[in-house]
Write a protein that binds this ligand. Sequence first.
Ligand code: NDP
Length: 483
Amino acid sequence: MNIQPTASHFIDGQYVEDTTGAPIPVICQMSEEVIATVHAATPAIIEQALASAKRAQTAWAAMSGTERGRVLRRAADIMRARNEELSILETNDTGKPLQETRVADATSGADALEYFGGLAGSLTGEHIQLGDDFVYTRREPLGVCVGIGAWNYPTQIACWKGAPALACGNAMIFKPSETTPLCALKIAEILHEAGAPAGIYNVVQGMGDVGQALITDPRVAKVSLTGSVPTGRKVYAAAAAGMRHVTMELGGKSPLVIFDDADLENAVSGAILGNFYSSGQVCSNGTRVFVQKGIKDAFLARMTERLADVKMGDPLDESVNFGPMVSARQRDIVEGFIAKGIAEGATLITGGKRAGDKGYFLEPTVFADVTDDMTIARDEIFGPVMSVLDFETEAEALTRANATEFGLAAGVFTSDLTRAHRMVAGFEAGTCYINTYNLAPVEAPFGGSKQSGVGRENSKAAIEHYTQLKGVYVAMGDVEAPF
Ligand code: NDP
């Protein structure tokens, strides 16, 4: 299948090509063949994107929030109407099964556009009375924002960053991951079809150097990155040099704690969602599954049974529920971790191997008897590898759950209500779950603490990260001066 986009970039309301940029092949995860090629942005393309965003932003910010919101909500409607087409594109870009992309990607992107479109008209400052004098605050956009995306949710990330940015009156330049360059172009196309002025949402392709060129440009006020912790450090440092605002949505090694009194079936379902959805390529995954000793054998037995229902194959086949890894590189990285798990003495319960003659398939893999010091319990793997660790007491589970540099997410399964809330209060993580895992509705804040990030996406909290307050002092009387 060839899914070549109209051109590599979308700038100033139209597709733009410059084939002098380095070619970036898009590889089908199933056939391992090149299905499209885009070109990295050249300095001329980057300049076009920056100039057009800067030009467009002032007029966009001058529109009323209701008018801006209308554009976003119209874009949400278009996305929903084209869900099938967008889901197929997402599947082609990432290799995630169509069964998944139909319900998780364009739909989540549309939710963000609808939600922030709805909020746009109600953004306000406040009035602070000081005797006769008073102060009022204006909630103002930041200006031109850069969004840099990871490869696991290209449609969703493009919308989760674009929707609040645009709602608040900013312009956005979005650079997708070079591994999944296609979906964001469609978002730009749809936003402009919905009435967004030219230049308000530009997409440019490229690798880290293009990201760096964007975030170090003096016209840029903010960068929002979804990516790994090492990339986050580089991007944060580059942003700091120019005193730019940041949102950092980074990696994790999140704990999922399952107590003896948990509903077994729900706990197994939660662990499946938190380890194997999107073939394990989800930042908030609960990959350190702490299972209390009394339920461990039943948990492992039921997990193994449930994994027998995994159906691997062509992700475009509607009955397939487990797709290949996004790339050969990612498959190799994950295989390396599996080898380390075996070498360091973890017990391989199921999986651990490649599957199929073609395609970047890896079996869903479960290790038991994992200890805190093993590599598979410490490093983010970003693949379908679950580590099961034993524990005995609540206090022990909490201490060990928090013994990581990451702090993205955490979950607990228990039927003891007070214990659930105690655990959540103690978790050092930005996003927590009680008796479920990995749900991310747009109404709820999403993001990490510790090394997993700075700032929050989604919910009203995102507004804080795409606006700044201006305080205005108004004197009602004469000005007193000492001389
Ligand atoms: P990377 O950190 O490798 O890349 C993220 C993005 O940053 C890519 O677009 C990449 O470009 C770009 N980039 C790389 N280097 C630089 C640089 N020096 N300056 C500017 N931009 C740069 O992450 P992956 O794409 O491999 O995604 C996986 C990671 O993302 C995992 O750690 C995962 O946990 C995290 N993630 C976090 C989420 C969250 O919300 N917290 C959600 C999803 C994923 P390119 O790769 O094209 O060269």
